[in-house]
Design a protein around this ligand. Structure first.
Ligand SMILES: Cc1cc2nc3c(=O)[nH]c(=O)nc-3n(C[C@H](O)[C@H](O)[C@H](O)COP(=O)(O)O)c2cc1C
Length: 251
């Protein structure tokens, strides 16, 4: 498939969200095929398959090969205990954003980020059939983050809080590599910075040492193919909007 053809199929929402077992997928196909999945089936994700994914993903590059990351994977009762801990905390009197000195995003947000953020949210709620006026329903959907959107596995990305912004970027490379290696094996994912808002609860829950913090989480499992939200295909700025080409001979 040419890059143009695969890009077109992305835009027209013809791509499947899951892979058949054993189906070979090229790198470009995986990049274009991976989407955030926000409704999972109850099918368990076996430890062996998860290990395969993470064993490949640990070859993600990082500056000076520092590998500034650690992961915590939870399934079964361990997963449920995380969900319970966060639910208890949210129901408590001290509920609030726990992102601390590393907020999820600046507030207020400015252009062009504001419009892009608004657009993907509207597209998602459009798929869900939830109008802007129905704020409670939107909040109920967002609360699904705290249950990994029903995924059987939660993966947490841990970083040493003394590292700098470069190392946070390197951690992003690991995350995308995990998502692509998962996609290659028919495993769906949703990255979840939502978990940063429960950072202190998670630190207590996992008994993290003071120098460590959870940057982000990821839901992993099998996509519910019947869920309209999983048909969302977020758009992207055009190449010419995001890349300046200098010094090339015009074709
Ligand atoms: C680091 C990171 C954190 C994210 N956190 C969340 C989250 O907390 N909840 C959620 O529903 N989606 C989350 N997303 C998914 C983004 O909204 C999504 O990647 C973006 O809209 C592009 O869509 P796509 O992943 O389907 O290509 C996150 C994505 C990234 C890369």
């Amino acid at each position: 498939m040419s890059a143009t053809a695969s890009h077109r199929s992305r835009e027209t929402e013809e791509r499947a969200t899951t892979r058949r077992p054993g189906e070979v997928v090229g790198v470009s196909e995986a990049i274009l095929g991976r989407t955030s999945i926000r409704a999972f089936t109850s099918q368990p994700l076996e430890a062996g398959l998860l290990r395969q994914i993470l064993d490949v993903a640990r070859y993600a590059p990082s500056g000076s090969n520092m590998q500034p990351w650690r992961m915590i994977a939870v399934a079964g009762e361990a997963r449920d205990r995380v969900v319970d801990a966060v639910r208890d905390r949210q129901a408590g009197e001290d509920a609030g954003d726990e992102a601390g000195d590393h907020p999820i995003r600046p507030s207020p947000i400015w252009e062009p980020y504001r419009t892009r953020r608004f657009k993907v949210a509207e597209d998602m709620y459009g798929k869900l059939g939830i109008p802007r006026s129905d704020k409670p329903a939107r909040l109920r959907f967002l609360a699904g983050n705290a249950e990994f959107f029903g995924a059987p596995v939660g993966l947490f990305f841990v970083i040493d809080r003394n590292l700098g912004h470069s190392q946070w970027a390197h951690l992003g490379m690991l995350m995308q590599t995990v998502a692509l290696a998962a996609y290659e094996r028919g495993v769906a994912s949703c990255m979840q910075e939502f978990w940063a808002s429960t950072r202190q609860t998670l630190a207590r829950h996992f008994d993290l040492p003071p120098h460590e913090m959870i940057y982000c989480g990821m839901a992993l499992g099998f996509a519910d193919e019947t869920a309209p939200v999983n048909t969302l295909r977020s758009d992207r700025a055009s190449l010419d909007e995001i890349c300046e080409f200098r010094g090339f001979i015009p074709e």
